[in-house]
Design a protein around this ligand. Structure first.
Ligand SMILES: [Zn+2]
Length: 241
């Protein structure tokens, strides 16, 4: 009854305030969800999930010993609507974008021979104070989208950020970024992840300092852990393409 009453109101709301594509800023057409079809089609996809020695994996293997695999969905281009889209999901309260992109990414990873054995999704955690300020952790929302496409569970509480760090974007060089997050994470319940293939999930891969610090925390408690990394976007220059 409530829905029948609400739907005309929602229809009027959609006419007055149509949903906008976060990439191009155009109103979404009927049937389009979150990102318009043209921007989905034009998305600068990396196709990294089709090869085991892609640039993200090559960069991270220098930092994370025995890394199983790494991938990113799209290139982070500074002067583009796709950058604005990533910014909205991170700082603008647009959890729906993180979920939609996670679903897209998950359908690629599910069919990739390099990721089909992953069995738990672990997001890079925010410090509790930053999470409270932002209202959500975007990496958890990406995991939720990945999980619905890949059919594997998430463990949101596996890793804990034990100290608040400065935003990585404030640090330009790779050494400063590494020092900023080194020792900032701890694995809470190692037994829950023992023997499982862990897919670490974050929003943007730049120098890899954050996921490297998370992998180090996992390996401190579980030296034999099988770890892979999935991020929505990758900054091109850092992977030395
Ligand atoms: Zn668009």
């Amino acid at each position: 009854m409530k829905d029948r009453f609400l739907s005309p109101l929602r229809w009027i709301g959609d006419q007055l305030f149509p949903a906008i594509c976060p990439v191009c800023g155009e109103a979404l057409a009927p049937g389009e969800r979150t990102i318009c079809l043209r921007c989905r089609w034009d998305m600068p996809l990396t196709d990294y999930w089709t090869g085991s020695d892609n640039p993200a994996a090559a960069m991270l293997r220098k930092r994370i010993p025995d890394l199983h695999q790494a991938s990113a969905l799209l290139y982070f281009r500074h002067e583009s609507g796709y950058r604005a889209m990533i910014h909205s999901l991170k700082y603008g309260g647009r959890r729906d974008i993180a979920i939609a992109l996670g679903e897209m990414f998950g359908s690629e990873l599910r069919d990739s021979p390099f990721f089909d054995r992953a069995d738990v999704l672990v997001p890079v955690p925010l410090h509790w104070s930053k999470r409270m300020q932002r209202g959500y952790n975007q990496a958890e929302e990406i995991c939720a989208g990945l999980s619905s496409s890949m059919g594997i569970p998430c463990d949101f509480r596996a890793l804990k950020r034990i100290r608040r760090t400065r935003t990585q974007a404030l640090h330009r060089d790779s050494d400063a970024r590494r020092r900023n997050v080194e020792g900032a994470f701890r694995l809470r319940c190692p037994d829950r992840l023992r023997g499982r293939h862990i897919l670490l999930v974050d929003d943007v891969l730049t120098t890899g300092a954050t996921v490297t610090a998370c992998a180090a925390a996992i390996r401190t408690a579980l030296p034999e852990a099988v770890i892979s990394v999935a991020t929505l976007a990758v900054v091109r220059g850092h992977t030395r393409e």
